[in-house]
Design a protein around this ligand. Structure first.
Ligand SMILES: Cc1cc2nc3c(=O)[nH]c(=O)nc-3n(C[C@H](O)[C@H](O)[C@H](O)COP(=O)(O)O)c2cc1C
Length: 205
């Protein structure tokens, strides 16, 4: 069964523009893949803690025969990794927060980026182990000018970071849909921009 893993990372559970564009993608995905499974995680709801001392110990300990304590410390990582490994497509809804990704999304990244599980390190260098073949990332920006060739592109630590990270983990195709000026664009111009982004998201399915 085709599976979509959707990660919402805005702290706004109502009125989020990144979620609205991701909704358009999800609706089209459901149309094109009837019977698909969609798993949604709102990472800003506090369900994903920052990794702690025991989490790191568990990540780097031999995985056979982990102590009960280290099994417990890595259980959430296990289940989040199982989720991504079983998904054909990954959809990330990501607002820029202080020029980077929301801390809640970084907490998820730190739980799923795990040696021996989602990447390996050997004589040939790093190898991504994530089986998900493609990711679509909806990025929203309060201001404008963040895209390649634009005046503020050096301040965009969202797109280059997520592209590098997802490729590093083995996700070969990473496509971005951007909505800029959510906090400053005039209302009617912004409405058009949002609709255009929804159309782009649908085409990305
Ligand atoms: C904590 C916080 C930090 C933000 N930092 C930036 C920023 O660095 N650059 C920017 O252009 N907009 C910034 N914004 C604006 C958001 O990116 C913008 O409102 C976006 O639409 C939020 O996504 P959402 O509509 O999905 O909630 C910030 C908003 C918040 C709440």
């Amino acid at each position: 069964m085709t599976q979509l893993l959707r990660i919402n990372s805005s702290s706004r559970l109502q009125g989020s523009h990144s979620a609205a564009v991701a909704d358009a993608f999800e609706a089209e995905f459901r149309t094109q893949y009837p019977g698909c499974r969609v798993i949604t995680r709102n990472v800003s709801d506090g369900s994903i803690p920052f990794i702690a001392q025991e989490t790191i110990e568990g990540f780097y300990a031999p995985q056979d025969g982990l102590s009960v304590e280290l099994q417990a410390a890595t259980a959430l990582s296990d289940s989040l990794i199982a989720e991504i490994q079983a998904s054909d497509t990954l959809l990330l809804a990501v607002p820029i927060y202080n020029f980077s990704i929301p801390a809640a999304l970084k907490a998820w990244v730190d739980q799923i980026s795990r040696i021996g599980h989602t990447f390996s390190m050997g004589e040939g260098g790093f190898k991504g182990l994530v089986k998900t073949r493609r990711a679509v990332v909806v990025c929203t920006y309060g201001a404008e000018g963040y895209l390649a060739g634009e005046p503020f592109s050096a301040a965009n630590f969202v797109q280059p970071y997520l592209k590098f990270l997802l490729n590093f983990l083995g996700v070969e195709s990473v496509e971005f849909v951007h909505v800029q000026g959510t906090a400053i664009a005039a209302a009617d111009a912004f409405a058009d921009r949002l609709e255009a982004a929804k159309d782009e998201a649908k085409r990305a399915v």
